[in-house]
Design a protein around this ligand. Structure first.
Ligand code: NAI
Length: 303
């Protein structure tokens, strides 16, 4: 098998001015893609803006002989998302690959969380995934090809103290993935999600230095390159990735149990008595066929 290449492909990486996104942009360009390097260039909490973050990555790509164009819009508005996709079309004619990566933090415990902190984090992570995906999806559908990677987080999949806004937004991007997977399937559009752990300005003060030193973002990049490649056969999957650890994780559906016959009343006591079967994850399976697949489990009751 040959190298994973992106010759003739056009990619958008949001938040590509630093951290993980920068590694994706550089590697995509190195492997032949034309890359839109989007970055608002603000602070870790989302305040401020600057063109220098995106410009520096574009310069680095060009100096290495690659092709790239900068974009400084925020993903947090629909207008920003449209402009990001327009940058790809104006410069390179299309979009084949979208990596929704831009991110910020506004951490607070539940009772201290302000509405503005909830809204901003939702806007950047969740609406930000939709705002770029919608116009990109239109072009991918027309061209019959697309690869989308969304960025969740262990905080979104499993929870974390002090991150109710971030956890909720990061869990929400699974919905964006499912929809792109289901609505894009017949157009060869695949969507997957990563939950990375990497050394960046988002994590520098939450990890011991010896751990931080081993979490170079470059260890996440190869998985993302494969996911956005033509060779990737899979869609609607979620992956943990950090420092060379790659593992699939999933929202699972267990077989569970059936109480009653779909006609007679069911009591709370019957639920209590069957609790170990209801909570069991025996024979749990990841569903990639959407909600209809889960409805299949209750079919024995439908007669
Ligand atoms: P980073 O702070 O180094 O990079 C994020 C980039 O996004 C920055 O360059 C920033 O300017 C840009 N950005 C922020 N808001 C933007 C907006 N509205 N529009 C456009 N660009 C914007 O952080 P890192 O660690 O590389 O994070 C990348 C993604 O990975 C984020 O979505 C983050 O939440 C996620 N993530 C990172 C983890 C880690 O361990 N580093 C863990 C789990 C998830």
């Amino acid at each position: 098998m040959g190298d994973v290449r992106f010759d003739g492909r056009v990619a958008i990486v949001t938040g590509a001015g630093a951290g993980l996104g920068k590694t994706y942009a550089l590697e995509l360009a190195k492997r032949g893609a034309k890359v839109v390097v989007n970055d608002l260039g603000g602070a870790r909490d989302g305040s401020g803006a600057s063109s220098s973050a995106a410009d520096q990555v574009v310069d680095e790509i060009k100096q290495a002989g690659g092709e790239a164009a900068p974009n400084y819009d925020s993903v947090a508005t629909m207008e920003g998302g449209l402009n990001i996709v327009k940058t790809a079309v104006d410069n390179f004619g299309k979009v084949d690959i979208l990596i929704n990566n831009a991110g910020i933090l506004r951490d607070k415990s539940i009772l201290k969380m302000e509405e503005s902190e909830w809204d901003l984090v939702m806007d950047v992570h969740l609406k930000g995934a939709f705002s770029v995906t919608q116009p990109a999806f239109k072009i991918m559908k027309e061209n019959g090809y697309g690869r989308v990677v969304n960025t969740a987080s262990g905080a979104g999949l499993y929870g974390n103290f002090g991150q109710i806004n971030y956890s909720s937004a990061k869990c929400g991007v699974l919905g964006v993935m499912h929809s792109v997977h289901i609505e894009g399937a017949k157009y060869n559009i695949k969507a997957n999600t990563i939950a990375p752990i990497a050394a960046s300005r988002l994590t520098e003060d939450v990890m011991p230095p010896e751990i931080f030193a081993k979490l170079d973002p470059k260890f996440v990049t190869p998985l993302v390159m494969y996911l956005v490649s033509e060779e990737n056969p899979d869609s609607d999957m979620i992956f943990n990735c950090a420092s060379g650890w790659f593992s699939r994780t999933a929202v699972m559906c267990a077989t569970g149990t059936i109480i009653g016959n779909g006609v007679d009343d069911i009591s709370a006591e019957q639920v209590r008595d069957e609790w170990s079967k209801i909570t069991s994850l025996d024979e749990a399976k990841a569903l990639t066929g959407g909600v209809n697949e889960s409805i299949g489990y209750l079919m024995p009751l439908m007669g």
